[in-house]
Design a protein around this ligand. Structure first.
Ligand code: ZN
Ligand code: ZN
Length: 367
């Protein structure tokens, strides 16, 4: 299979081509996920300068060895602030314009750079330039995401088998994270969410010391990071025995959310607008009178970061393309009862959609 590094010169050329519409022939890339995508560096400090004459990566002495191993472009290890070295070279190369990732710079950084360059270098705001490229994954990237997805699902199965009444949300989260590490993950893709009972109605609940009790919903939202790439999945189980009033209500909500999730997945295909995929799931919940409890967008792209372009939201006009990897995650949150969210990671294929997440979506019961 073609390796990620083989794609990088093409990616850098595409970024420079996009800079032409900003009327600059150079860009300083500082968002670390974008830096990694374009030159391979995985550390925590650095700036990649792309000009028509080539690519140079600037970092500090902590990354002397690592940057030489990882980067497929020229590397400059500098003492002192990295941006200062970049600015010095921009002037030395007599560049008259430069694009900066304004969404990833602080106001203070932008102001300092503008002052540094004065009238000699015209600055342009590059918004979403690299992110737009990253949205469509190469086959190698898809293979990596697939592995992260499988690892996440395997860890979930392992951890869920250990869950019982009386355990705390934190203990369950620890079991999940432990299983992911043992299976080879670099770590969780984000802070694992475990929420029991009414707390499952909080879409971004942090695990607490609250104990899991009978006749409760248990929501787990988790993902693995493997080889830099993320996975994302949400499952909800019912703790207790089926048959009571609560379990019947849980089942009704669960079935409605699952139906909406399947409607969302069915709407995924090349050319579909993000807002239409969101609407397909929302329409399904509306038929059950539950759409007002679905309070977030349907999903998001993922890859080197857990939230990437595109966002599957009600106002997003952009179209899905083959190679995009997105989540489909409708939820219904009832404050006095709890929440149900079902989330898979899916791939947009040439002809439609492939669900990458293998974990069962049957209504699971922890007795
Ligand atoms: Zn999630
Ligand atoms: Zn998600």
């Amino acid at each position: 299979m073609t390796k990620l590094a083989d794609f990088r010169p093409k990616r850098r050329a595409a970024v420079l081509a996009a800079c032409e519409s900003l009327k600059t022939g150079a860009i300083a890339v500082s968002h670390l996920a974008n830096v990694r995508y374009l030159c391979g560096f995985t550390g925590s400090n650095g700036v990649l300068l792309l000009t028509g004459r080539g690519a140079t990566f600037y970092t500090d002495p902590r990354y002397d060895i690592q940057s030489a191993q990882e980067c497929d472009c020229a590397v400059k290890v500098v003492t002192g602030p990295v941006w200062e070295a970049v600015a010095k070279d921009v002037r030395r190369k007599r560049l008259t314009s430069l694009a900066l990732e304004s969404e990833h710079l602080s106001h203070a950084q932008w102001t300092a750079l503008a002052k540094e360059f004065g009238k000699a270098v015209k600055l342009a705001e590059a918004k979403g330039v690299v992110e737009g490229l990253r949205a469509v994954k190469s086959p190698d990237e898809v293979a990596r995401i697939r592995k992260a997805v499988l690892l996440g699902s395997a860890a979930y199965e392992k951890a869920l088998a250990l869950v019982s009444e009386g355990m705390t949300e934190q203990q369950v989260a620890a079991e999940i994270d432990h299983a992911m590490r043992l299976l080879g993950a670099e770590g969780p893709a984000f802070e694992t969410i475990v929420a029991a009972g009414k707390r499952s109605a909080l879409p971004h609940a942090r695990p607490t010391g609250a104990k899991i009790r009978r006749n409760q919903l248990l929501l787990v939202d988790m993902g693995a990071c493997l080889d830099g790439y993320m996975s994302d999945m949400t499952r909800v189980a019912y703790v207790g025995r089926l048959g009571g009033r609560l379990s019947a209500q849980a089942r009704r909500v669960y079935d409605a959310v699952l139906e909406a999730q399947l409607a969302g997945i069915a709407a995924v295909k090349p050319g579909a607008r993000c807002k239409d995929v969101d609407a397909a799931a929302r329409k399904s919940l509306k038929q059950r009178g539950l759409d007002r409890f679905f309070t977030h967008s349907l999903g998001h792209g993922l890859g080197l970061e857990i939230h990437e372009t595109p966002r599957l939201g009600g106002k997003v006009e952009s179209e899905l393309k083959p190679g995009m990897v997105v989540t489909i995650e409708p939820g219904v949150y009832l404050p006095e009862f709890g929440g149900v969210r079902i989330e898979d990671t899916v791939l947009v294929t040439e002809s439609g959609v492939e669900v990458l997440t293998p974990t069962s979506k049957e209504f699971a019961v922890i007795a």
